[in-house]
Write a protein that binds this ligand. Sequence first.
Ligand SMILES: CC(C)(COP(=O)(O)OP(=O)(O)OC[C@H]1O[C@@H](n2cnc3c(N)ncnc32)[C@H](O)[C@@H]1OP(=O)(O)O)[C@@H](O)C(=O)NCCC(=O)NCCS
Length: 221
Amino acid sequence: MYRSEFYVFDQNKPVPVCIRNYTKNDFKELIKIQSECFPPPFPSELWWNEEQLTNHVTLFPEGALCIEVNGELAGSLTGLCAQFDPQHLDHTWEEITDNGYIGNHNPNGNTLYIVDISVRPKYRKLGLGKLMMQAMYHVVIHKGLVRLLGGGRMPGYHKVAETMSPEEYLDAVVKGETRDPVISFLLRCGRVPIGLVKDYLDDEESHNYAALMEWKNPFIK
Ligand SMILES: CC(C)(COP(=O)(O)OP(=O)(O)OC[C@H]1O[C@@H](n2cnc3c(N)ncnc32)[C@H](O)[C@@H]1OP(=O)(O)O)[C@@H](O)C(=O)NCCC(=O)NCCS
């Protein structure tokens, strides 16, 4: 099981944080965080429910991470294991995460697949999301998996969709010509785009597109 305690800096002030596995006692707060992180037009049916969270902590507890700041829950990162073939990129969030229930978690899979990341708005830009991602890289290495993978929403895309294709938009984000709230964050976490997926998630802002973003285990060829 994972537990790591250290400090982050809020401007110049060290603040104690803890990254650990979440448990049943955290469910209420985790659902509240989801409602703060995915406000309308994002469909509220896609927020966590207790049954999904129960599955996360039962089927793959190592992939259920959260971060506390000064003892208050500030965010979570959830994954499952899947067998992934880089020759076949197309999938939907629903398929690969069993609609967030992770009933398809494959303990023998080669890939740690990210189901969700969310950090409470008041705790953003402190490095917490990146630190949880790094904690999940530790899990990938610890379990000897080939990669961490996930579909990154592109919520900035709707602003330019009339003039740019999703490929051009992703390219512009990677070149640093424009910034996207999720894709730029994932790039800064060390994730690399390996393709675009259409109809990934019911997500108006991204026009239902997602960029598949990979981090490869550096110890595995
Ligand atoms: C995406 C999210 C998890 C980022 O969390 P966070 O804790 O604020 O991110 P961090 O502070 O760890 O940021 C890490 C890096 O990404 C950058 N970053 C964070 N948010 C960013 C944004 N909106 N736009 C551009 N860059 C961003 C930071 O500047 C930082 O860069 P650095 O490492 O060079 O200093 C958070 O904004 C969130 O919960 N969003 C809503 C939920 C969501 O869309 N999740 C993704 C689903 S696919």
